[in-house]
Design a protein around this ligand. Structure first.
Ligand code: DGJ
Length: 727
């Protein structure tokens, strides 16, 4: 007899029971509680699904009355537009951003969704909506994390008519902030080598759109946002609503303030060049939209989101293996890789405590520059006469894992793959094919391309002892044609490409459960919660210059967990012609997953000694950095001092990193007040240098948080780190 384990049963939705959601039948209201958050909605007298509340936890169901729609405002803003609908279809005079827009086979473009049914799930709720006339059904899923109050929303749009329909907008849903004005939007914008720059602007009447039309989540705007009330939140205080999309393709987040003092946020697939035909019986699922709230400022917003990502999004969950210290060959050798050269680097890397050696670009096909070879994923025998095995055995013999760079989705015109399959490159027939970095995209929306990708990656990983892939993606889309499909389906490329990418990653991971992956796209061009579900880490930026990195990393940390943030120590002078001391570069990179990307062949002996000492220190604090709570104590945007502190989940260890840009007039560095410690506890102090004056071996939490530390940071690019162990 087949037995079903209790563990499996616990994961199944328990209909009618939920740990976070309840239905108040008398008022047709649903209330979700998690962490310090309540989210409530209900069915109004017009049968619309209406938003009721999202914010700090409520305590009394009786306070919530029956849901009533908002009346018309004159003949120009009808109730359809003034009522905060959770998932409005475009129809019946809707002038705010719709959650879904459809054209039916008969030309009808009016869509009015009413409540149909619901069911409680173990961790949330499903609400079914239906058009008032047509068999167009939408299923909304709301899942709330009981611990952090993070909400995951998603919508499935199903065509149950007997003819084709075209979906012109598919959003995960609309989020509403408490009615009012004066909110402020924080976003992360940038460009190649300058990602995740924090941008803050007041929300005014009208729309602000955060989006990517580039085929991937993009360097330019990251699919994350935060909104604070009154523009008054800081790291420690203030109401902050925040969210992010789990999608690695074209995305859009629309932030609106209506003329009726209502701020609403709609997030999902980008509507630009979008048209998704659904045949009868077919459905389209939107990307998930994650959303959270805190009254503890931007710092607490980040900590909640990091915790949620580590527990529920990133592979491995909370008890995952810590990120190993990595070496990467790119900045040392670029394309000039070969077996003796890589072996020599590996030997030096092993000496300083590196645990994973990664060979970057240049090892395959005719890849001697970025002009050729992409697509030909067989080892270059001139460079590696013994195949990859010779190098891998050597690396393993040195006690390190081996990792390899790939860029599976791309092809150079000068490659055997392109010569054999020119039609696989993304293009419109009889039109030029724009190259960027001399390369084109493969149309991964095609099943044959998907199978080719899976096939060569599976072979590579099966035949070689590869622990880690750095998966690169060095350009954005152009000419997004898909001539092999019917013209009416060609725009599906925007979605199908991403779904196939996810499928390849999922299959590869399922077949090789120990394989770890880094998402890279010329740095941080593909960092989002869709890809982060499938990779252990992301490459934060191609800009490895330590001072620039402080701001890039601060922006990254607003949204994403330190565990995922790959940071390398590289050589100087670097970007901007800037040179910083090796210690500074190490300490900057240690604030996430530490890597080294320097040319170790050029290092003097004393650099090896310092590097070994710092790598050793990192190994003693990395659990706290990678898995702990982050407190941003001083921002590089605000002054010469940058300080970040990490506290382990159970509070046993705290680690402080401090950086001084430039001292002037002999002024001492600003006092640093630690946070998140136990005031009554005593902490043993572990120094790596003499920047903390005095010789105190123990300090209390109260002293560290209230009296603070006056560090002796001097001159330019000075830095230190101190670890505190609770006794
Ligand atoms: C871009 C990546 O961001 C770099 O780290 C490196 O892997 C190069 N591509 C290799 O072409």
């Amino acid at each position: 007899m087949k037995t079903v384990s209790l563990a499996v049963l616990a994961l199944l939705p328990v209909f009618g029971q939920s740990t976070v959601a309840r239905y108040l039948e008398d008022r047709k209201l649903w209330v979700l509680d998690g962490g310090n958050v309540t989210y409530a909605m209900g069915v109004n007298e017009r049968q619309e699904l209406q938003h009721v509340y999202w914010g700090k936890r409520l305590t009394r169901d009786a306070d919530l009355g029956a849901v009533r729609s908002t009346p018309d405002w004159a003949s120009f803003d009808l109730t359809t537009t003034t009522t905060p609908q959770e998932y409005p279809g475009w129809g019946a005079g809707l002038y705010v951003e719709p959650s879904v827009k459809v054209t039916f086979a008969d030309g009808n473009r009016d869509l009015v969704l009413h409540y149909a049914s619901h069911r409680l799930l173990a961790t949330g709720l499903e609400v079914a909506l239906k058009d008032i006339r047509y068999n167009l059904n939408v299923t909304l899923t709301y899942r709330m994390d009981p611990e952090t109050g993070l909400l995951q929303r998603q919508a499935r749009i199903a065509n149950n008519t007997d003819k084709d329909i075209v979906i012109e907008s598919a959003q995960a849903g609309a989020l509403y902030l408490p009615r009012g004005e004066g909110y402020r939007l924080t976003s992360l914008t940038g460009r190649w080598a300058g990602e995740t720059q924090i941008q803050r602007t007041l929300i005014r009447s009208g729309e602000q759109v955060l989006e990517s039309r580039r085929g991937s989540s993009s360097h330019q705007v990251n699919p994350w946002f935060a909104i604070d009330r009154g523009g008054k939140a800081d790291e420690d205080r203030g109401d902050v609503w925040f969210g992010a999309l789990g999608w690695s393709g074209n995305w859009r987040v629309t932030v609106e303030q209506t003329p009726h003092q209502q701020v609403r946020v709609t997030g999902g697939l980008n509507t630009f060049d979008f048209g998704y035909r659904l045949s009868p019986g077919q459905s389209l699922e939107t990307p998930p939209l994650y959303a959270g709230y805190t009254d503890g400022g931007f710092g607490e917003a980040s900590r909640l989101f990091h915790r949620y990502q580590r527990a529920h999004i990133m592979p491995g969950g909370l008890n995952v293996r810590l990120r190993p210290v990595l070496y990467n060959s790119w900045e040392a050798t670029e394309f000039a890789v070969d077996e003796p050269g890589q072996k020599a680097l590996a030997e030096k890397a092993a000496k300083i405590g590196v645990e994973r050696f990664v060979m970057d670009d240049g090892w395959f096909g005719a890849r001697n520059s970025d002009h050729a070879g992409l697509g030909d994923w067989t080892v270059n025998r001139k460079k590696f006469p013994n195949g990859l095995g010779g190098l891998i055995r050597h690396v393993n013999g040195l006690g390190m894992e081996f990792g390899l760079w790939v860029e599976p989705e791309m092809v150079n015109a000068d490659s055997d793959l392109y010569r054999a399959h020119p039609d696989w490159a993304m293009h419109f027939p009889n039109r030029p094919r724009t190259e960027a970095r001399n390369q084109m995209l493969l149309n991964l929306a095609r099943d044959d391309v998907k199978e080719y990708l899976f096939g060569f990656l599976d072979k590579l990983v099966s035949e070689n002892n590869i622990a880690f892939l750095k998966w690169d993606y060095n350009r954005n889309w152009s000419e997004p044609g898909w001539p092999e499909t019917a013209p009416a389906d060609q725009k599906k490329i925007w979605v199908q490409y991403v779904l196939n990418l996810y499928e390849v990653l999922d299959r590869l991971r399922a077949k090789h459960p120990k394989l770890e992956i880094e998402s890279c796209s010329g740095g941080g061009g593909r960092i989002d919660l869709g890809i982060m579900k499938r990779v252990e880490q992301v490459w934060t930026s191609d800009n490895t210059e330590a001072y620039d990195r402080l701001r890039i990393q601060e922006g990254f940390s607003q949204a994403y967990a330190a565990r995922a943030m790959m940071a390398w120590v590289t050589d100087v002078p670097n970007m901007n012609g800037r040179s910083t001391p090796l210690k500074y570069r190490f300490l900057v990179a240690m604030q996430g997953s530490l890597g080294i990307g320097a040319n170790l062949n050029k290092w003097p002996q004393e650099d090896f000694a310092l590097a070994s000492k710092l790598v050793d220190y990192y190994k003693g604090v990395r659990r706290t950095v990678q898995e702990g709570k982050l407190y941003r104590l001083a921002s590089p945007m605000e002054g010469d001092l940058t300080a970040n502190q990490y506290v382990s989940e159970e509070g046993k260890q705290a680690v402080l990193f401090a950086f001084l840009r430039s001292q002037q007039y002999g002024r001492p560095a600003p006092v640093i007040y630690l946070k998140g410690l136990d005031a009554n506890a005593v902490y043993r102090v572990r120094r790596i240098d003499d920047k903390l004056p005095g010789n105190a071996e123990r300090l209390s939490g109260a002293f560290l948080m209230n009296h603070g530390l006056q560090l002796q940071l001097k001159g330019d690019y000075d830095s230190t780190s101190i670890a505190f162990e609770r006794e």
